[in-house]
Design a protein around this ligand. Sequence first.
Ligand SMILES: Cc1ncc(COP(=O)(O)O)c(C=O)c1O
Length: 455
Amino acid sequence: MTEFSIAELLASRERSDVDAWGRTINPQFARVLRKIGFDRQWVRAEGAYLWDKRGDRYLDMLGGFGMFNVGRNNARIRSALVEALELDLPGSVQIGASPLPPLLAQELIARTPARIERVLFTSSGTEAVEAALKLGRAATGRARVVSAAHGFHGLTLGSLSANGNAEFTQRFGPLLPGFSQVPFGDLDALEAELRQEDVALFLVEPVQGKGVNLPPPGYLENAQELCRRFGTLFCVDEVQTGFGRTGKLFAFEHWGLEPDLVPVAKSLSGGYVPVGALLMSKAVHEAVFDSLEHSVSHGSTFAPNELAMAAGLATLHELDEQELVSRSARLGDRLFELTKPLVETYDVVRDVRGLGLLWAIEFAEPDGGRRSYRLLERMQAGLFAQVIVVPLFREHKILSQVAGHGIAVVKGIPPLTVDEDDVDYFAGALDATIRKARRLPRAVAKLALTAAGVR
Ligand SMILES: Cc1ncc(COP(=O)(O)O)c(C=O)c1O
C-alpha cells in the first residue's frame, strides 16, 4: 500500500499553481492574474496575512471575500475540527438526528432577536438565499420577490434573479419570473411594490457589499415597517455583514431590526468548511414545514454536516473569546478616522465610508475636470480603482479589491484579527498610492484595464 500525503503531493508539483489553474480550472483567470502581477505562488496563511514563495508577507484586506473574520487558519477552529474528526461522530445520518446541528442552531438563535427561532442549514450563502426565496413563497402563498438595485445575493439562478447588477445576470437569462427591484434607500418605490400585497419577501443587504453602500437613516426600520404592514416577509441578507464584520454580531443590530428571514454563511465556519444557514421566525418555518408529509420540504445532502457544525460552534466561541466584534468596531473607527481626511487631501477622492471593518473609498473626477482621470474612465468606468488596487498589491503587499463592476470604489474587508499597525500601514500605503496614481503612468493604466476583468 502506498502512503497518501498532501505534503508530498505539494512538494512534487512541477508547475506553478497559476499555470496549473490555467490548464485545469480557468485559463482566462490565470491570464488575468499574470497580467496584473497577482500571480504569486502562495505558500502559507495565518490571521490577516499571506506569504508567497519568496517569503514576502502580504496584508489581506480582502479576507477571502469576507469568509475569514476569525483569521486565516485559526488554530482554535482547527483544533475543534480535528477533535470532531477524531470523535468519529455519527453525522449526516440523514433519516435520524445527529448531535451537533441543534447545538449550533441553539447558539445562533441565542444570538438573534426573539423573532428568530428556527435554523435551516445550507452549504453556502447563495443556498441560504435560495432557501429564503422558496420558504418565503411557500409561507406567504405569494410569488413575487422584491430586492434592491445593486444588491448581491449569490450566483445561483434564484439568487441571481434578485441580483441588481447586470454584469452578473446578462447571458444567463431568462431569470425567474416574479422578481423586481427598487432603488436602495427609496421607501416610496418599495411601498409602491408592497402595497400590491402580492410580494412574498423583500430581500435586502443591510449594507450593500457591491459599492459598500450604507443605508440612508431610517431606511431599514421603515422598510421593515412597510413589510409588516403589507404582509411581506423582511429578509435581511447577512451573508457578508454577519459575524462581526460591521462592528455588531449582525449588522441589523445597528438599527434594532427584527427580520423574519436572515441568510448567513461565509465566516460562520471560520473559513474552513462550506457552510450557510437561513435563520427564520417560527411562523415562517411552521407555515412551510406544516405536516409530516412536508417535514423535509427543503434541504441538501451535505447540510448540515458535522465538520461545518463543529467549525461553526468553534467560530462563535472564538468571536466571543477574542472579542472580535468590538475589535471590528474599534479598528473600523480607526481605519475610517485615518482615511476620511483623504477626501480633503486629494481631489480624486469623493468619499470614504464604512461600518466596522466593512470599509470603502470612492474616487471621482475632480471638480473642474482632470483629463487623465476622464481618459481612464472613458476606457472603462471604475478603472481608477484598479489603478489603486494594483500598486497596493505590487508595491505595498496589500491584497484588496475593487468593490464592483464599473464603479471606482476600493473595498476593505480584512479578517477582524488585524491590529492597529495593520490599519495604520494600510492607511499610509493608500495615501502614498493615491498620491502617485494621480499622475497615472500609462503602464499602470494598462494594467488596470486588464485587472478590470477581476471581480
Ligand atoms: C450579501 C451576499 N449574499 C449572498 C452571497 C453569496 O454567498 P456564496 O458566495 O457563499 O454563495 C454573497 C457572496 O458574496 C453576499 O455577499
